[in-house]
Design a binder for this molecule. Structure first.
Ligand code: 26M
Length: 816
């Protein structure tokens, strides 16, 4: 256990300030204070943070093109158990820890769900105590900062490395590696008749590793997130002829080359659903994959692990298809560098790789043009081609129809299908919630499921409860510990014991009070940042997530418009409406026009409703700018209602649904993604369900039969709000209204907004009615918290460990 002593901490802190900045504490800015604190903590953990544990047991390497870490200070202090001592120590030095916490940059090296999940998994791998490490990219610019200008989204670059470094990271120039692009592949027989593969005339790019410590909760486990920065090679990596050639190039060529190299880790792609096929993206994918796989082999050589023993010593996890090139890259090293045969290499690779699918949206499936692959990564191309050839041969031997072979092939019609590559080459394929996995098995990947059903399994997502409950909602965490002790922190299944208090009015009142306090804090933030006054006594109804048509923020705002009409229609009657604040937070991919139109619509409706005196503040709409991890930590603890309203079948899992539940919000949901598991935990009487079933959606998609126009013409209230989009009723909304109108009416409402909105409105009405009965509401809230334990990512990670990583490939089953 790492221990801390207040007196020594204070001395250490002063000394570090002097070492780093040659100044006194009084002269330091908050950013400098943060940096100093960060370095002091790194000093304290440095003994425990070294690689020696690797290979004592099996090590897991989690490859992800995104890690949405969020701020680390609070979470590190919590996991180390240092928070109280450091808070006091700093206090005695005249420094407020909370101010330092707010000066930490928030590394936004991810888009949303997938990247945040990777960060929660790192926390849990360290906290359950396995040697589990992340490999990713150190983007110079993370996800853009969002600003609203004239109600529309404007993207500003996220310059998170403004001081060119990040205090948690340690750069390791000695461990830089070379990644090779383009060039030619030479195959020659050597004197002993062995095939020798060499890569000639390639463009070398250096991968520079930056390590971030990942600290486990209450144990000595400190793992590493290694993210790579791309640079021109600054030293000779062995016999790199191309490097020498580039040294001799003209000044202009040297600049071009510098740009070529540095561009690779420059920016995170801000897409989270649409595959676009840009060359630079493929460069990024190979960049961190090649560096990571080479790094793993280097470690294995250092610890004298034989290639045959690899499957017993390491597990490589592919987070969505973005790191799929792990497969051919591992094959390349085994074949070309280790000199193994194809069969030997394949048998090792397939026992090491596991893959998670995160989406069934067709447009998100990665496919790379064969021509691009051949030119940029010629050796990867050859290996994929060989994997495909052998696989397709096997399928044909089994007598499958050409139709079926076509569907299952890795390469087809000039394209490489990365999901197919992952499925064929991994021993485990998992979905991220029960329904999602079922859809993979029965619909999207059915051919593969019929072929190798033993590979498929479900791992319902989870969240780092230490960050999402203990750090972000300390009052609630303290209440829980006061009621049931602290066992739940290590094992969240103990939360169930809270159910004992379901009839305890003191506890219920305290729960309400804590929620109210969190709402006041959020209201203050919104006042300061948006200059909108909101009433903490109103229902805080929250939808925060990426903006996408399938997530149906549109249905939410159209319902707000319905309420607005209702108020105006009855302006003299003083309707007994439960006051509500509708809170939105969402970034749209910069190229996703419809999503941007919906952002503008929400902002315009907010202006209209918030400034109409006839509304008398009964409903308010707030769109919080620049939603991200740090904001989520402020918003989620303050929510009464959690909006999880995606078109059934479209949201693979969702994870904010779990965060809200754990913080005592009640869920308003379709039976989609992990909402199904929430329903299994609390029953329909403790949440608000509505909307089409999965089967209904699948049937509409297969057989047709849905007409949004018919609904629009037959439902007056619906027609009225849809017409509002185009008749000038919403000031400031221009052509964007038409775009949305067309999506709903002209293009037959792909996501069934109009089909579900009536039932949605009913569910909203039930919420309003229930909120009047505070005791009942608080009981439901308590039941939700008590049953949220299974959504800890510790549970998820333990399942990955048991069923996938440490179990490995079950050969007997495979041979059946
Ligand atoms: C692909 C190609 C080019 C550029 C970007 C991408 C891309 C980036 C991120 C595609 C998808 C990306 O993320 C998808 C995602 O976040 N999926 C979400 O994963 C969560 C964790 O499993 C689930 O909870 C969500 O339901 C799912 O939408």
């Amino acid at each position: 256990m790492i221990t801390i002593n207040k007196k020594r901490f204070k001395e250490h802190f002063r000394r570090k300030m002097n070492n780093l900045y040659a100044q006194t504490l009084e002269e330091a800015s908050n950013e400098e204070l943060f940096n100093v604190l960060c370095y002091v903590i790194k000093d304290m953990i440095s003994k425990d943070w070294e690689g020696s544990r690797i290979y004592q047991e099996k090590a897991v390497f989690y490859f992800s093109i995104e890690f949405l870490l969020g701020r680390q200070l609070k979470s590190n202090l919590l996991n180390l158990g240092f928070e109280d001592t450091i808070r006091q120590g700093l206090n005695e030095l005249g420094i407020d820890l909370d101010e330092i916490v707010e000066s930490e940059p928030d590394p936004a090296l991810g888009n949303g769900g997938l990247g945040r999940l990777a960060a929660c998994f790192l926390d849990s791998m360290a906290s359950v105590g396995i040697s589990g490490h992340g490999y990713g990219i150190r983007y110079k610019y993370g996800l853009f900062e969002q600003k609203f200008v004239n109600n529309s989204q404007v993207e500003v670059p996220d310059n998170w490395l403004i001081n060119s470094s990040y205090s948690w990271e340690t750069v390791r120039p000695n461990r830089a590696l070379l990644v090779k692009y383009e060039g030619k592949i030479n195959m020659e027989k050597d004197d002993e008749d062995n095939l020798k593969v060499t890569h000639k005339d390639y463009i070398p790019v250096m991968a520079m590793p930056y390590d971030i410590p990942i600290i486990g909760y209450g144990n000595e486990c400190i793992n590493t997130l290694r993210i790579w920065k791309s640079e021109i090679p600054t030293r000779d990596f062995g016999k790199s002829s191309s490097y020498a050639k580039n040294q001799a190039a003209s000044y202009e060529d040297a600049l071009k080359y510098k740009y070529y190299a540095e561009e690779i880790s420059q920016t995170l792609y801000p897409n989270d659903s649409n595959y676009a096929g840009q060359l630079l993206r493929l460069k990024q994918e190979y960049f961190f994959v090649s560096a990571g796989i080479q790094d793993i082999f280097r470690k294995c050589r250092r610890y004298k692990i034989t290639t045959q023993d690899l499957p017993n010593k390491i597990a490589i996890h592919i987070n969505d298809t973005h790191p799929a090139l792990c497969i051919p890259e591992m094959m390349r090293i085994l074949l070309d560098e280790e000199g193994l045969s194809w069969d030997e290499s394949w048998n090792i690779t397939i026992k090491v790789m596991s893959y998670t699918n995160h989406t069934i949206l067709c447009e998100a499936m990665e496919r790379w043009s064969e021509d691009i692959m051949k030119k940029l990564l010629p050796r990867m191309y050859m290996i994929i081609e060989e994997i495909n050839k052998r696989y397709v041969n096997d399928l044909r031997k089994k007598g499958y129809s050409e139709e079926k072979v076509k569907r299952m092939a890795i390469m087809y019609d000039g394209e490489i299908r990365m999901a197919n590559l992952c499925i064929v080459s991994s021993y485990s394929i998992n979905g991220v919630a029960q329904l999602h996995t079922k859809l993979l098995k029965e619909e999207v990947l059915n051919d593969f499921y019929e072929e190798e059903s033993y590979k498929f399994n479900n791992k319902t997502n989870g969240i780092a409860h230490r960050r999402w409950l203990i750090s972000s909602n300390p009052e609630l965490a303290n209440l829980i510990t006061k009621l049931i002790g602290n066992k739940w922190i290590k094992d969240t299944s103990h939360l169930k014991e809270l159910e004992k208090f379901v009839d305890d009015e003191n506890v219920l009142n305290r729960l309400e009070e804590i929620k109210f306090n969190n709402k006041v804090k959020l209201a203050n933030y919104i006042k300061e940042n948006n200059n909108i006054t909101i009433d903490p006594n109103s229902i805080f109804d929250v939808q925060v997530k990426r903006l996408h048509a399938y997530k149906r923020q549109l249905m939410n705002i159209l319902h707000v418009l319905c309420l607005y009409h209702e108020i105006l229609d009855n302006v003299d009657l003083e309707l007994d409406i439960q006051p509500r604040t509708f809170i939105f937070g969402a970034k749209a991919a910069p190229g996703y026009y419809l999503a941007k139109c919906i952002i503008k619509l929400i902002n315009c409706v907010a202006n209209l409703v918030n400034n109409d005196p006839r509304v008398k503040g009964k409903i308010k709409v707030v769109f919080i700018e620049n939603y991200g991890v740090s904001l989520a930590e402020k918003i989620i603890p303050a929510a009464n209602v959690s909006e999880q309203i995606s078109t059934t079948t479209k949201e693979a899992s969702g994870t904010s649904n779990m965060k809200f539940m754990m913080n005592g919000a009640l869920t308003l949901a379709t039976l989609d993604g992990a909402n199904v598991e929430i329903y299994q935990q609390v029953g329909k009487e403790n949440m608000f369900l509505f909307g089409l079933s999965a089967k209904q959606v699948l049937d509409y998609n297969k057989y047709g039969g849905y007409s949004s126009k018919d609904l629009y013409h037959s439902n007056k209230l619906l027609k009225r709000v849809v017409d509002d989009l185009v008749n000038g009723f919403i000031p400031g909304l221009g052509k964007e209204g038409r775009e949305i109108y067309d999506a709903l009416i002209t293009y037959n409402d792909e996501y069934f907004v109009l089909r579900d909105i009536d039932e949605y409105a009913d569910a909203q009405q039930r919420i309003s009615n229930l909120y009047k009965d505070k005791i009942k509401w608080n009981k439901m809230s308590l039941i939700n918290i008590a049953n949220s334990g299974i959504f800890s990512s510790d549970r998820t990670i333990n399942e990955y460990i048991e069923d996938i990583w440490f179990k490995g490939c079950d050969e007997d089953v495979q041979n059946n």
